[in-house]
Design a protein around this ligand. Structure first.
Ligand code: 2HG
Ligand code: ZN
Length: 454
């Protein structure tokens, strides 16, 4: 123990090895307050060489490591179970100038999404991924979890933005593929292997990301519909009629009410409706007319309010983006993040209330999500003691519809027991073999993605 602490202090400087419980505390509990575990210590390297030295020291001591970025994860993947060295990448904040010819940028793992967005925008470009936790979420974690967010309908998830990576294996070996080549067929795609690996294969230290054109004109519509089937009609109309479609988000009446009460937001319409779609179109020129035209041609629309100025756009987005915060203020939810084929959404949304009520009679359900990807965020409040039963009931409904038990948040510690619902035995076995080949001692993020084997 002392020997390990000494080596870690030598690697990063004593000020960046935190052993005091008060100093460790902010790193030991996840954002949702559902997962917590004491770390052996928190270690805060400043660069790739220091990360490698930390991992070599941990490997020599046989010490397991939990890797953490901005600690905004929602499945407990970035907090220790107990006893791990917590490797925080928050000091890897180097940001290279934007490469405008390639429309790419290289960023340290600890750069926040918001800082990266500002950096790209100053160069006339933008980041293809955006999400509500942008001020704290870091690019290393976003790649490690293959984060999605609100622009997937247009630009894909984090892996679609990824053109290269630098990462350190558990034995301290540094892998570097940062040239950002658009074409490179020289074997296995090691960069993509790390996207979504949830820190179980290597510690990502730098990423090379593709950037997209900065689109200054944005129009947003909050659309009221009779239910999820109506929301899908709006989605279909937007997909065919809006070349600039950049978001299609689903909200339901209960969630909107919760958000309104939490943020003291005005009612968007004279009457409440069962469901709402937030549709955004972005382009170089004003998007208002084309958005209005598409909505006018869609019979499912019951009411709509449109904004194209920055304040109005932010006002409409607040109904959607503050869901997580409003839920968190109401309690500690069981948080499930699932996807099904888009056409299966109405059936799934209808099946959720009885299934959840059977598992936890007093539970309150808040469902919203990314309509374009069939991605629902199923939050269950007041599920007292029935978290596993609720999780099981919901994830089985999803599996029955050929869905994924983790659409964009990852498996983390929260869903390891249910991985088999989305991956068959052959796939889980192959993933375990890859993990064993890359990290034979299983030191990186043990207990994340896979259940620990005895
Ligand atoms: C979002 O889409 C995030 O806002 C969080 O993925 C979802 O809180 C949630 O369940
Ligand atoms: Zn989401």
């Amino acid at each position: 123990m002392t020997d390990l602490l000494g080596r870690l202090a030598a690697a990063v400087g004593p000020a960046h090895v935190l052993v005091d419980p008060d100093l460790r505390a902010p790193y030991e509990t996840d954002w949702t307050r559902r997962f917590t575990g004491a770390a052996r210590c928190v270690v805060r390297p400043a660069d790739t060489a220091q990360v490698a030295a930390v991992l070599r020291a941990c490997a020599a001591a046989g010490a397991p490591v939990t890797v953490q970025g901005g600690n905004t994860g929602l499945v407990g993947g970035g907090v220790p179970a107990g006893g791990e060295v917590l490797l925080s990448l928050g000091r890897l904040t180097e940001l290279e100038p934007v490469d405008r010819l390639a429309a790419q940028v290289t960023a340290g793992a600890g750069v926040t999404l918001e800082r990266l967005q500002r950096h790209a925008r100053a160069a006339g470009l933008d980041v293809g991924v955006d999400l509500a936790a942008r001020s704290a979420a870091t690019v290393g974690g976003l790649v490690a979890t293959n984060a999605g967010g609100v622009r997937v309908v247009r630009y894909g998830s984090m892996r679609e933005q990824l053109t290269g990576v630098e990462a350190v294996l558990s034995d301290g070996t540094v892998l570097r593929r940062l040239a950002g080549l658009a074409k490179d067929n020289t074997g296995y795609d090691l960069t993509q292997l790390l996207a979504g690996s949830e820190g179980t294969l290597a510690v990502i230290t730098r990423v090379r990301l593709r950037l997209v054109p900065l689109l200054p004109a944005r129009a947003v519509a909050l659309v009221a519909v009779d239910g999820v089937a109506g929301a899908l009609d709006v989605l279909a109309a937007a997909r065919s009629g809006l070349p600039g479609l950049s978001a299609a988000e689903l909200m339901l009446a209960d969630g909107l009410e919760l958000v309104r009460a939490h943020g003291r937001l005005p009612a968007p319409f004279g009457a409440a409706h069962p469901a709402y779609v937030l549709v955004e179109s972005a382009g170089r020129t004003d998007q208002t007319d084309v958005l209005l035209e598409v909505l006018a041609g869609c019979p499912a629309v019951r009411d709509a309010t449109v904004a194209a100025d920055a304040t109005g756009v932010a006002r409409l987005w607040a109904y959607r983006e503050t869901h997580t915060e409003a839920i968190s203020a109401a309690g500690v939810p069981v948080k499930l993040d699932v996807s099904v084929p888009v056409r299966a959404l109405p059936g799934l949304v209808a099946a959720l209330p009885p299934a959840v009520a059977a598992a936890a009679p007093a539970a309150r359900l808040v469902v919203f999500g990314h309509l374009g990807e069939g991605n629902l965020h199923v939050n269950v409040l007041d599920a007292r003691g029935a978290a596993d039963a609720v999780t099981d009931a919901v994830l089985r409904l999803v599996a029955d519809r050929d869905g994924s038990i983790s659409s964009e948040h990852g498996v983390g510690r929260a869903k390891t027991a249910w991985l088999g619902l989305s991956r068959d035995a052959a796939q889980v076995a192959l993933m375990r073999r890859i993990r064993a080949a890359v990290d034979p001692a299983g030191l990186l993020n043990p207990g994340v993605l896979f259940e620990e084997k005895d």
